[in-house]
Design a protein around this ligand. Structure first.
Ligand SMILES: O=C(O)CCC(=O)C(=O)O
Length: 314
């Protein structure tokens, strides 16, 4: 097969290293979309065979730490991020990439209140005790002055009130004064602003996957992220949309109720201020704030970020 356009230099470099050069894949020529029903086989058998392939490949990746570990990198250039992580849909933690952001030192609760003041913000409220708060996002929308929101969450750890990406369109003007403290991550992203998440220790986002590739940029506080590869979807009771009925892989009662989930192999990531986490489309994740946290999420990568339009809704 011939070398794909533009990759001649890479091909030559690989040959110079004594490696065999590049065989480019045939370009995709169209055909049924991913959500089209399978032809000629019962759905269950198609799914069982696909799950078998994915499971065997996952086990095989585990033979090599280089192939299977969730890597932490520093000084990762855009092309290396594309080649080794974005295109292969492999998660990575990138440390130090926002070391120059004033936000890293400045964004304490007091500073945020001074800058945003009593501007009205939208948040997700009434989450405690409502198991479906992620599915019923609109039911949980609330509004409040930002300084009152911050006073409310200062009461202590909890999951009741959380400013999330879902609120970001409404909150753009309230948070505009903070944007002087951040800078474009131009190696990986276009210049559009990201979406801010603000909440106390104890916020919990249940197990789900996203319909886009996603970059989490941790600015203030620490978060724990538990991630599961897409190959393990069969074990996660994905009954509704992008959510797992298991909800929380750290809760023994949920694991007892959904026993297949006891078999998942997962990754634990603690995000420190200044860390970025790339979560590829389809990777399961649940997120717990360990401290008061401000995080930005971005989906505006320099490369296509597609797939959501073909997602097979049930
Ligand atoms: O930080 C969080 O609470 C959740 C983030 C997340 O799950 C996402 O951006 O998809």
């Amino acid at each position: 097969m011939s070398v794909a356009g533009g990759n001649e230099k890479l091909d030559a470099a690989l040959r110079a290293m004594g490696l065999g050069g590049l065989d480019a894949p045939r370009p995709y020529t169209g055909g049924p979309r991913a959500s089209a029903p399978p032809v000629g086989l019962p759905d269950a058998l198609t799914a069982a065979r696909r799950d078998w392939i994915l499971q065997v490949q996952e086990r095989q990746r585990g033979l090599s730490m280089q192939a299977s570990a969730l890597m932490r990198c520093r000084d990762l250039p855009g092309q290396a991020f594309l080649d080794h992580f974005y295109a292969p849909a492999r998660p990575v933690v990138i440390e130090g990439a926002i070391a120059g952001w004033p936000a890293l030192a400045r964004w304490t609760p007091d500073y945020l209140v001074r800058k945003v003041g009593s501007a009205q913000v939208e948040y997700q409220g009434g989450r405690e005790g409502a198991e479906d708060f992620e599915l019923a996002k609109d039911r949980h929308k609330r509004r409040m002055a930002f300084d009152a929101f911050m006073a409310m969450i200062a009461d202590g750890p909890g999951n009741d009130a959380y400013i999330t990406a879902y609120n970001s369109a409404t909150n753009a003007s309230a948070f505009a004064p903070l944007m002087a403290d951040v800078a474009p991550v131009s190696a990986y992203l276009t210049a559009e602003p990201g979406m801010l998440w603000v909440g106390p220790a104890g916020t919990f986002t249940p197990l789900h996957f996203d319909l886009t590739n996603n970059l989490l940029i941790q600015i203030t506080g620490r978060k724990h992220v538990r991630m599961v590869p897409p190959s393990q979807t069969r074990l996660l009771y994905n009954h509704r949309h992008v959510f797992s009925a298991v909800r929380d892989l750290d809760d023994p009662a949920r694991l007892a109720a959904y026993p297949l989930a006891q078999q998942v192999a997962s990754y634990d990531v603690t995000l420190e201020p200044g860390d970025m986490l790339y979560i590829p489309i389809g990777w399961w994740h649940q997120v717990r704030s360990l401290e008061f946290s401000v995080m930005m999420t971005c989906t505006n990568f320099l490369w296509p970020n597609l797939g959501h339009e073909e997602f097979p809704e049930g």
